[in-house]
Design a protein around this ligand. Structure first.
Ligand code: HEC
Length: 157
């Protein structure tokens, strides 16, 4: 027969072992419950990640019809415009200025005379077509002044 001291010690060890087992079981059950609720939990996230493309990675990136690096509309002539019209200033300057073909040609001539813009050759037509097609002058905000009005006497009786 064990002495009472030995017996107490054995009970103590058994108690510790059971506690450890119980703790392990609790952790296991937490993981089981988590997995049941979300089976994808322990899968590698690597594939699931959607890489969001950014213009820094791809200078030609187009999202929703907009060239991300410059903000210009993706349309015929875009690359010609980018290579000739964005080296000196932001494309914002272009996007903000809505003009007809005549005024674009004047603006280009002004830049050539005063800002060292090079001769655009055949590309000028491509560029101006792109500009008037994609950035046409906005409709006037105010109606035209009224002319040719036949005034009449208001009968106030
Ligand atoms: C060689 C440099 C250079 C290139 C290339 C260039 N520009 Fe400019 N552009 C300028 C400068 C300098 C200004 C004046 C900027 C300012 O006022 O801050 C300017 C101004 C403008 C403006 C504003 C004009 C205004 O009346 O305020 C527009 C619009 C513009 N550029 C469009 C274009 C387009 C379209 C092209 C391509 C054909 C182009 N630029 C290419 C130098 C350039």
């Amino acid at each position: 027969m064990n002495s009472p001291e030995e017996f107490r010690e054995q009970v103590g060890q058994l108690y510790k072992a059971l506690t450890a087992l119980l703790a392990g079981f609790v952790v296991f059950m937490v993981l089981v419950v988590a997995y049941v609720n979300n089976p994808g939990l322990f899968e590698s996230k690597e594939e699931g990640w959607v890489a969001v493309p950014v213009a820094e990675d791809d200078p030609d990136l187009i999202v929703d019809g907009i060239h991300q690096r410059t903000g210009l509309i993706d349309a015929e002539g875009l690359n010609t415009v980018i290579s000739n019209c964005t080296p000196c200033h932001s494309a914002k300057l272009i996007i903000q200025n809505r003009m007809n073909a005549e005024r674009w040609n004047t603006t280009i001539a002004w830049m050539q005379e005063t800002q060292n813009l090079w001769d655009l050759g055949d590309q000028q037509e491509i560029i101006v077509n792109y500009l008037v097609t994609n950035y046409p002058p906005k409709a006037k905000g105010r109606r035209m002044a009224l002319t040719d009005i036949e005034w009449y006497e208001l009968d106030q009786d």
